[in-house]
Design a protein around this ligand. Structure first.
Ligand SMILES: *[C@@H]1O[C@H](CO)[C@@H](O)[C@H](O)[C@H]1NC(C)=O
Ligand SMILES: *[C@@H]1O[C@H](CO)[C@@H](O)[C@H](O)[C@H]1NC(C)=O
Ligand SMILES: *[C@@H]1O[C@H](CO)[C@@H](O)[C@H](O)[C@H]1NC(C)=O
Length: 332
């Protein structure tokens, strides 16, 4: 609901949280968090952020990156999710779906996704009661899992965009009817850290989620096992599914599948921290940051961000019609 942004901007006395656009960096079959060093990885991802993105990433990412597709020019993090494909209802071929900006036409963003780092909820901060600590170099995490076949847990949601921009209700699975404005996918990461580990074997156990409802509510206190409150990271991605709607035969089931050949329940996302120096901590220490930065947090024009690229490291076509999903079958 776009009017919501306008009314927040008018009322806002003090906001706590960053919200910014990142253009698409690349679509490749790489996953430096879950399958470091594997080229190719199991399934195709849509990746935004810094140009240090690689099959394997260790240490301080911000020291190696020289540009970023994100609006915040000190943010060399990488953010990625699986890719949505259209599976033709009658001939069974797959076609990759592209992403479009969440707030179209306002900033020159190309494809991409929107990133949030919130400190409390969407309208208030809580910094005095509970300081928010930045992630450290080397930090990484995932949320959700491609092996989940039931509905995903809270915070991993789908919305069916109408042509007037209305998002409708948050749903735990892919829409069952065509969405005129595309499919809106949200990934909320957990915000409580164990204070010790930059990663864990399952890439999730070092973090803990205390939010039990949809949206951007204030999270209950962190448990003693994971006592450190971190920024609550969220991705919002709009998949441009509308151009496939004419091939969605009336009454046929949902034809969209994730790149791991999976249903809606397997939705997941990966985060690789890469902010320069103390930039994220400076942002999180402020109460007045919201939507597109503040004070000392530097921004770049999206047409500058759009010039940041990485080379194709996998050498695999991801656009066009495929008999099977890249990595998922014997032929392509
Ligand atoms: C990616 O990793 C390879 C192999 O370690 C290395 O040669 C290359 O320079 C890296 N690229 C970037 C952009 O870090
Ligand atoms: C399936 O249909 C699409 C759209 O008409 C077409 O481009 C594609 O080549 C077809 N695939 C096969 C295997 O016939
Ligand atoms: C952020 O706030 C904490 C707690 O007040 C303080 O110790 C720290 O130095 C601040 N960091 C930055 C980069 O402003």
């Amino acid at each position: 609901m776009r009017w919501l942004y306008a009314s927040i901007a008018l009322v806002a006395p003090a906001w706590a949280g960053l919200r910014f656009q990142c253009s698409t960096l690349t679509y490749q079959r790489l996953d430096p968090v879950v399958q470091p060093g594997s080229n190719p990885s199991a399934h195709v991802h849509h990746i935004v952020g810094g140009n240090a993105f690689n099959a394997s990433m260790t240490g301080d990412v911000s020291a190696r990156a020289t540009c970023t597709t994100c609006q915040m020019s000190e943010d060399f993090s990488n953010y990625w999710t699986a890719v949505l494909y259209f599976k033709h209802p009658t001939n069974g071929s797959y076609h990759r779906v592209s992403t479009i900006p969440v707030v179209p036409g306002t900033s020159g963003t190309q494809g991409g996704l929107t990133v949030y780092y919130t400190q409390f909820d969407l309208s208030r901060d809580n910094i005095k009661q509970q300081p928010v600590k930045s992630f450290q170099p080397g930090f990484r995490m995932t949320v959700g899992s491609p092996s989940v076949t039931s509905r995903p847990h809270v915070g991993l949601r789908y919305q069916c965009l109408q042509s007037n921009g209305n998002r409708g209700a948050e749903m735990p699975d892919l829409p069952t009817k065509p969405c005129p404005g595309g499919i809106f996918v949200t990934h909320h990461f957990p915000a409580c850290w164990d204070g010790k580990n930059l990663d864990s074997p399952d890439h999730q156990s070092h973090m803990y989620n205390t939010i039990s409802s949809d949206g951007f509510p204030n999270a209950p206190a962190c448990p003693s096992s994971h006592p450190v409150r971190m920024p609550q990271v969220t991705y919002e991605t709009v998949w441009d599914t509308a151009k496939f709607n004419s091939m969605w035969t009336s009454g046929a089931p949902n034809p969209f599948v994730w790149s791991f050949e999976g249903t809606g329940g397997g939705t997941h996302a990966d985060y690789m921290f890469g902010w320069k120096g103390d930039a994220l901590q400076r942002a999180m220490n402020k109460s007045e940051c919201f939507y597109d930065g503040c004070g000392s947090i530097t921004k770049q024009a999206m047409n500058t961000a759009n010039q940041c690229t990485v080379k194709d490291m996998v050498g695999e076509e991801t656009v066009g019609w495929f008999k099977s999903l890249p990595g998922m079958g014997s032929s392509s």
